[in-house]
Design a protein around this ligand. Sequence first.
Ligand code: ADP
Length: 521
Amino acid sequence: MTLPPKLSARDFTRAVAELRSIVGADWVFTEEDDRQAWRDPMFPGDARRVDLSAAVAPATVQEVQAVVKVANRYRLPLWPVSTGKNYAYGGASPALKGTIVLDLKRMNRILEVNEQYGYAIVEPGVTYFDLYRHIKAKGLKLWIDCPSPGWASVLGNAMERGLGNTPYSDHAAQQCGMEVVLPTGDLVRTGMGAIENSPLWGLQKNPFGPTFDGMFMQSNLGIVTKMGIWLMPEPEVFAQCNIRLQREDALGPMIDALRPLRLNGTIQNPASVRSWIGMLLGQATKKEVHDGPGAIPRELVPQILQQRNLSWWSTGFSLYGYEEVVEANLKVVRKALGSVPGAEALSVRKSAGDKVPDSAGTQAGVPSLGAFSTLNWPGGRGSHLDFSPVYEPSGAVAMAEYQFMRELFERHGFDFPATYSLTSPRYMACVTPIMFDADNRQQAEAAGRLFLEAHQHLGTKGYGLYRAHVAFMDQVQQAQGFNQHALRRLSERIKDALDPQGILAPGKQGIWPKAMKGGRA
Ligand code: ADP
């Protein structure tokens, strides 16, 4: 039995009985076997270090509020998840041992999809597959933007500021309007939702007065029960572009060639330059390519590229819009990228916006589970820990970081599946999976050590991560040192004001409530 900190077994049993009376006996889970469903299967080490004590799954906002009231009375730490599929960053795992996971996946209604204005309002349990199928079934001319894989929650992913691959890739930026249960149980609606029955809730984010939506993202200040998310109008034409680069040192010139196109809007989605090993992950197992310890030796690369018909780098992006505009932009793109050293001819797959093939994937907002094929790479119980640094969009920076990180990964015995993505015109977010076998404890712990050393390097350059696994949130937060950690002090002041009992997700993002300063109760 795992108990919440400082709670006796007797009080825990009482609290669980109260939770059962709110959500029904079937929706509170305390048994060892049941709890396994919420442990992070990709935890880089021993997942029981932060083992949950129970999971509770309410079906309505009122039930969420009632659960929060009980949590305040017993001081039960609650960790809200929408679908809990946040793998590579912690799944549904809390940061503090004994926390109760508040699983919201039973709240799964699509409350509205508005074609005219291009938005949806969803509950936490709505997955990208759900929203995609709903739009298709109704024949609406809207596209979703999904990460890979598509089984995650639309709301949950936006809460973590997740990223997709269409022009609407920045999910936090596309969020408009929230309904939030505060840590004391009060219910608020943000944006224009503060006005009863406003038709503007999903349209205008900035109400009269301060805005708070961003405060609830990557934080532990509220439980979001509804969210508005903007949806892209289906483009007339979708042109998926790819350029292979036959030289390792072409990464820098390609980033520099892409940046102006991204900045002036010719390319609207996150153009990415992916390494050969990034391409290979989903196609083979490590053993098939190199059956030896550690990373694939450098001297084998040319031979592997030839055998597998791969290039050093593969650049992918898409163009969207009216046929004439896409054609004109294709000309511009060909001219700008054709002179990058080692660049092959641009390959283009064009389709009508309503007939894109499923294989177009996330660049056309098509959800799939294809990303799971990469898990075959390490062998055993394939897992990944994502190292996701943010850099300025510069070719020189990309080259320098590529050299440094490749050597670091290899020194720790891992291949370096680099991808440099112009996620935004003004920064690159480089989601880099550290692939490991979760049943190989040594390898899992080595993945964690690599993560921390790579993160430490970022700090020396003033870079940071856009998102991090729950196991390392304290360390990542610690790097925000400006003015004696002024940002943390601000977060803590807000945390203590909104959550005086410290019940909501203690330790998330390295922010701990007053009673637990310095971490782990
Ligand atoms: P997904 O299934 O989309 O990957 P999760 O449900 O795993 O997302 O959520 C990821 C993280 O985001 C959670 O661990 C939690 O910290 C936060 N989160 C998700 N949904 C909510 C919510 N409804 N309210 C508050 N925080 C949430």
